[in-house]
Design a protein around this ligand. Structure first.
Ligand SMILES: C[S@@+](CC[C@H](N)C(=O)[O-])C[C@H]1O[C@@H](n2cnc3c(N)ncnc32)[C@H](O)[C@@H]1O
Length: 345
């Protein structure tokens, strides 16, 4: 089912003619994407590789990048954006919009009150030097249409494009940027995973090959490399995560590669070790089936004698799903928030 605010905004698209750009992140799923097929002159910009693949399969023109409108090299009569969860990203997109609209082109913003749509509308009105035409939907949803005039002072996007050092665990600098979940912190669950992995490596030997599945900015890869892993492949679905992870690989000279993919579905190798802190949230829903998708991928990518370390929230019943994929399932550590498992086939 289409997310209601996105649906509300898409219903307004046929009122516009000319080239249209839809900015799509966590709110559009690959099923809902199919409903876009009949809309003429529509291009998609997404930071999600799974959406990019689905758009390609369905012949919908699509650009995959870290929400950089410049790469599209075009101007649009309409830019439609169902606002994201992250403020820096919303500001980054509003800031770019007037520079990629044709004359008299319009920006559409849609979202709910509890997501801050009212504030975004007033900020955009100030920046774009115009009054928005606002329509209201259910549950305090708002759709605002702006016809920008000469733009003023840009909104604070927390230097959206810049990579910054967010910490130095064990004196290893970690770089990251906005545009990905938890971009400016070290995930407590991932820290617990690395502690379990360290104990294992100390008792055995460093793995020759590692897959970091859902790598984010690359915390698990950097730490695995410091533990002596020889070759690391890191993969993620999100463009900001991939950009940060690539930077960390270059900065530390980590042997391996960083690959854009949907749950490693196009990676056809097996690894001695797989490390994974699977995503728990998709959009605003909690999706337990995502964990299963990741478990399936881990089992496909693990060598016969390989071992995987996986951390999940304590609410995820990994122990009931994992036996479908692994022979050995060992709970190696837990606290009030996370459980770390060692899995092998
Ligand atoms: C909880 S974060 C973990 C990030 C990182 N491994 C860490 O430990 O800090 C989950 C990661 O999974 C990624 N992800 C979500 N869906 C994905 C998919 N279909 N394929 C690959 N990665 C995905 C997210 O972009 C995010 O970076």
């Amino acid at each position: 089912m289409m997310e209601p605010a996105l649906d509300f905004m898409l219903q307004a698209l046929p009122d516009h003619t000319g080239k249209r750009l839809l900015i799509a992140d966590e709110q559009l799923d690959t099923q809902a994407l199919l409903t876009l097929k009949p809309i003429p002159d529509l291009t998609l910009l997404t930071n999600r590789y799974d959406l990019y693949l689905a758009a390609q399969e369905n012949n919908i023109p699509c650009q995959f990048n870290d929400m950089d409108l410049a790469e599209l090299n075009d101007r649009y009569q309409l830019i439609a954006y169902r606002i994201s969860k992250e403020k820096a990203l919303v500001h980054h997109i509003i800031n770019q919009a007037p520079h990629y609209l044709a004359e008299q082109g319009q920006l559409l913003l849609c979202g709910y009150k509890n997501e801050g749509i009212k504030t975004y509308i007033s900020k955009a009105e100030r920046y774009l030097n115009t009054r928005a035409e606002v329509s209201k939907g259910e549950r305090q949803m708002k759709l605002a249409a702006f016809t920008p005039q000469a733009p003023g002072e840009p909104l604070d996007d927390r230097h959206y494009r810049d990579l910054v050092c967010i910490g130095e665990p064990d004196s290893l600098a970690l770089y990251s940027k906005p545009g990905q979940y938890g971009w400016n912190k070290i995930d407590k669950g991932s820290e617990a995973l690395i502690n379990a992995c360290r104990e294992y490596v100390n008792a055995t030997q460093p793995p020759s090959t590692v897959l970091d599945l859902g790598c984010g900015y690359g915390y698990l890869s950097v730490m695995a490399w410091a533990l002596g892993a020889k070759h690391i492949v890191a993969t993620d679905n999100n463009a900001a995560a991939l950009a940060s992870c690539r930077y960390n690989f270059e900065f530390h000279n980590i042997p391996g590669e960083v690959i854009a993919d949907d749950c490693a579905s196009d990676i056809h190798h097996q690894y001695e070790m797989v490390l994974c802190n699977p995503p728990f949230h998709l959009g605003f829903d909690t999706r337990h089936d995502l964990t299963e998708k990741f478990l399936h991928s881990i089992s496909n990518h693990l060598k016969n004698n390989g071992v995987a370390f996986v951390v999940v929230s304590q609410f995820i019943a990994l122990e009931t799903v994992a036996p479908g994929y692994f022979k050995s399932i060992e709970l190696v550590s837990r606290d009030k928030s996370f459980k770390v498992f060692k899995l092998s086939s």
